[in-house]
Design a protein around this ligand. Structure first.
Ligand code: NDP
Length: 506
């Protein structure tokens, strides 16, 4: 057992008592708060108010009033854009504080989180740019008597519900676009990692977002989230989380026919052909599977390797995985941090044990790592996995790579598509035709070719099948938060329906 020494940044960290933001006012906990134990250090680092149904209802009422009567939806796009740009600057100025919170509450490596905060700043700036380009259409081609104008109007009050694995980045994929369109919002972060989202509330008020436009309610999904998905005054729900809760969200939102946008789980394949640049691929395989401890919807958790290269590739991945630095999330050299909760570690272990019981071979890792505090698991490789096994079909959400093999391209596509998820996929080959064939035939929202898990604010992101509904990011991201309205205008005298044209009433 290597005992982690509590890092100075953590011993200096005073446990923070966060408040909720409702109608522009900060509301501290008025009942026992939710205590967050840092997954990498085993000590309490944050406390969040345990929001109630009544808190969620008040937040929705504030957002409704701000939308129906407030200034935000009525500002010019240029004014809203300026506020979003100011918010981006303030996020950047407080990036170290935000990174520290996400690192200790989620157990993520600090170097990685710094990148996520910088990426979030870029998204806020991108949304600010899109705000000014939101426009409808006009039709001057419908004959002399008609002019058609298609308006884009803000959809209204948006409920935003986020998970724990990328606390600050995921809210950045939703909120700035909703604000750019002129919407108001109620945001519920995961009860495990709410700190950085609450700080975002401070930033937005300072940037000039009016009271009631963004409300942040901490608490649990069944208590707070359930109100946010069912309340009649909410017009749209934007949810990122598990497929199971996403399904519940849709059922709940269906009662009042809200628009729903869902970013859900994935079981993403990397398909590798013998002619691939294997040096590049080996690194991408290790990165894809172990980045964020595999607690990543985009994790490349399934390798589909051509049979002729499989044993060599597995050996090379294991050799590289040995060098991945697992440990203290606050050590800048750490590449893989802690597992989010002890219960989640048990779930990961159960998948690894179940796969071995079913005939898969443990090629590397497979055991939790004991650092004397928190909970950790190192890179794990399961070889000889069969497509029907749970570990090949279900999201483990841990640092576990499943290896399957294929002989023909059609077989590889069949294995890739034979599951319920369709978030992303990778293909590795130097052959243009092979890459494009896989790119077109694999049913996934993103297909990487000779790379993995790259992204940009300009590129839409989301899933096929049970990986979600709708797309985030990209140039249409703001439009998602709008309604379309047709103005059908008549020019000149109208032809009556019940009498011949030009006939006068007697
Ligand atoms: P969950 O689905 O458990 O939770 C997501 C959010 O939903 C949390 O804020 C949670 O609250 C809330 N919630 C729980 N129950 C309800 C309910 N009945 N009504 C409304 N809201 C509810 O996911 P995790 O937080 O465990 O996150 C991991 C999952 O997220 C993985 O499956 C992963 O694949 C997916 N994910 C998908 C991404 C994508 O873009 N496709 C990106 C990142 C993650 P609380 O937990 O606080 O009680």
């Amino acid at each position: 057992m290597t005992v982690l020494v509590t890092p100075k940044a953590l011993t200096d960290h005073k446990v923070r008592d966060f408040s909720m933001l409702i109608d522009g006012k900060w509301e501290p906990a008025n009942s026992p708060p939710i205590e967050r134990i840092a997954p990498g250090h085993g000590v309490v680092v944050s406390r969040f108010p345990a929001g109630t149904r009544a808190d969620a209802e008040r937040a929705i009422a504030a957002a409704r009033k701000a939308f129906d009567q407030g200034s935000w939806p009525r500002m010019t796009a240029s004014e809203r854009s300026a506020v979003l740009l100011k918010a981006a600057d303030l996020i950047s100025a407080r990036s170290e504080e935000l990174a520290l919170l996400d690192a200790i509450e989620a157990g993520k490596p600090i170097s990685q989180v710094r990148g996520e905060i910088a990426g979030s700043v870029d998204i806020w700036r991108y949304a600010a740019a899109l705000a000014r380009d939101l426009h409808g259409e006009s039709y001057n081609t419908l004959g002399d008597g008609t002019l058609g104008v298609v308006l884009r109007e803000a959809i209204g009050v948006v409920s935003i519900i986020t998970p724990w694995n990328f606390p600050f980045l995921i809210v950045a994929q939703k909120l700035p676009f909703a604000l750019a369109a002129g919407c108001t919002a109620v945001v519920k972060p995961s009860e495990l990692t709410s700190g950085s989202t609450v700080i975002l509330g401070e930033i937005l008020l300072e940037a000039g977002v009016p009271a009631g436009v963004v409300n942040i309610v901490t608490g649990t999904g069944p208590e707070v989230g359930a109100v946010m998905t069912s309340h009649p005054d909410v017009d749209m729900v934007s949810f990122t989380g598990s497929t199971g809760v996403g399904r519940q969200t849709m059922v709940s939102a269906a009662q009042t026919l809200k628009k729903v946008s869902l970013e859900l789980g994935g079981k993403n394949p990397q398909i590798v052909f013998p002619d691939a640049d294997l040096d590049s691929f080996i690194d991408a395989a290790v990165f894809g599977a172990y980045f964020n401890a595999g607690e990543c919807c985009n994790a490349g958790s399934r390798l589909i390797l051509h049979k002729s290269i499989a044993s060599d590739v597995v050996q090379r991945i294991a050799d590289l995985a040995r060098h991945v630095k697992v440990g203290d999330p606050l050590d800048p050299a750490t590449q893989v941090g802690a597992i989010i909760t002890p219960q989640h570690l048990d779930k990961i272990n159960a998948y690894v044990a179940g796969a071995q019981a079913g005939g898969a071979k443990l090629a590397y890792g497979g055991e939790p790592l004991d650092f004397g505090m928190g909970q950790f698991m190192g890179p794990t490789i399961l070889d000889a996995v069969q497509p029907e096994m749970a570990v090949a079909r279900e999201e483990v959400f841990g640092p576990v790579l499943s290896v399957l093999t294929f002989e023909t391209t059609a077989q590889a596509i069949g294995i890739a598509n034979a599951i319920d998820y369709g978030l992303s996929a990778g293909v590795w080959s130097r052959d243009f035709d092979t890459c494009l064939t896989i790119g077109r035939k694999v049913r996934a929202g993103t297909v990487w070719m000779n790379t993995f898990m790259d992204g940009a604010s300009e590129l839409p992101f989301g899933g096929y099948k049970q990986s979600g509904l709708g797309r985030e990011l990209g140039r249409h991201a703001v439009e998602d938060y709008t309604e379309t309205k047709t103005l059908n205008m008549h020019i000149g005298g109208r032809t009556n329906w019940w009498m011949p044209q030009n006939e006068k009433l007697a």
